[in-house]
Design a protein around this ligand. Structure first.
Ligand code: NDP
Length: 325
């Protein structure tokens, strides 16, 4: 099969499209003909070698994909059934979605919800799945549209832009934090009520004026520290990302004086039962306009160059990789 292969030579990660053989199926495995994959920030770190994502080489990157079952040794899946996959270490420690086919455990697959096409599933992808998990974390913490404004950081990225759309669909007032003025029109189109420059979030004090009922943070670092200092009494911050760095230069003040909750969000190891629920909610909530957004569509061969763009903060919204279909 044709696949993007990552190899390591002299501490450099090399990425090239090659023809490779797929392993045979073991009990419980499913082979999928991939229609669509997508590029996420983590794929960009893996493909460029700028993050220690890949532990064993050669590796096929691609942390998500959608397609049709071609062969199954799991009784829950049958040939031609439409499926999708995100996470589980696929594209990190197990060959991933930037290939014509994938062999994965049936436990990792989610049947495609009825009203979702394979392409739409990858417009959502890991980024949208994570955005939904963040929004659900805020809901579970009691943040309602009546509680006040929810702020989304890294708002023009894959996770951030989907979080803005989901929050608007649920009736929340949304403030979007972005580092790029060029994304303002895009963010307004998604429904952001207020747009704030990232530069406002560089400096922070332990506690600041309370502004946010909740937050979806995709960037970490000083931005997350400032968001915590500005979160209302009893509010919740769902933190899922590190696009601005993995440090968190904060104090205990928001937690011990304002009862603020910092809720971590992981999308890789979400239990199978919850995945189905998250995908159903995504399929129900996202409006048709979400799928009409100007998402970039690329080929396998273009993936290495576009991965570099991610790390230069040159990406807006979602990037789809067309495999077949
Ligand atoms: P994108 O590259 O699509 O978006 C990231 C956004 O962050 C950019 O669009 C930009 O938004 C902002 N940004 C970029 N560089 C910086 C910087 N130096 N400082 C502050 N902000 C910056 O990535 P994704 O949306 O796919 O992922 C976002 C983050 O979430 C990543 O760190 C990713 O690893 C993480 N993630 C975590 C998951 C989990 O399971 N926990 C799952 C999926 C993603 P703008 O220009 O608008 O400021």
């Amino acid at each position: 099969m044709k696949a993007l292969i990552l190899e390591q030579k002299e501490n450099q990660t090399l990425a090239a499209v090659k023809d490779v053989a797929l392993p045979a199926l073991s009990e419980g495995d499913v082979r999928v003909d991939i229609d669509w994959s997508s590029l996420n920030y983590k794929d960009a770190l893996a493909i460029t070698g700028q993050g220690k994502i890949i532990r064993q080489f050669p590796m096929v990157p691609g942390i998500d994909f959608s397609g049709r079952v071609s062969e199954s040794r799991d009784p829950r899946f049958t040939p031609s059934q439409a499926v999708l996959l995100t996470g589980w270490g696929v594209g990190e420690s197990h060959w991933g979605g930037l290939a014509a086919q994938a062999c994965v455990k049936g436990d990792w697959l989610v049947p495609l919800p009825e009203n979702l096409s394979a392409r739409h599933a990858m417009i959502i992808g890991t980024a949208g799945f994570t955005a939904m998990l963040c929004v659900m974390a805020l809901q579970e913490a009691g943040v309602t549209p009546q509680s006040g404004t929810v702020v989304v950081t890294g708002a023009s990225g894959g996770v951030g832009s989907t979080a803005v759309v989901l929050l608007k669909a649920l009736g929340y007032t949304v403030a979007a934090v972005t580092g790029r003025e060029a994304t303002h029109a895009f963010l307004r189109q998604l429904g952001a009520d207020e747009i704030l420059p990232r530069s406002d979030f560089e400096q922070t004090r332990p506690l600041e004026k309370q502004l946010w009922a909740g937050a979806v943070d995709t960037v970490g670092g000083n931005v997350l520290a400032k968001v915590l200092a500005q979160t209302n009494y009893g509010g919740c911050v769902a933190a899922c990302g590190l696009a601005g760095g993995f440090s968190l230069p904060t104090t205990v003040m928001p937690f011990i004086l304002r009862n603020v909750r910092l809720q971590g969000v992981d999308s890789v190891s979400v239990p199978t039962a919850k995945r189905g629920e998250v995908w159903l909610r995504l399929a129900q909530l996202l409006p048709e306009a979400y799928y009409q957004q100007a998402c970039r569509e690329i080929t396998l061969e273009q993936a290495p160059a576009v991965a570099a763009d991610f790390l230069q903060n040159n990406i807006q919204g979602r990037t789809l990789v067309k495999i077949s279909g």
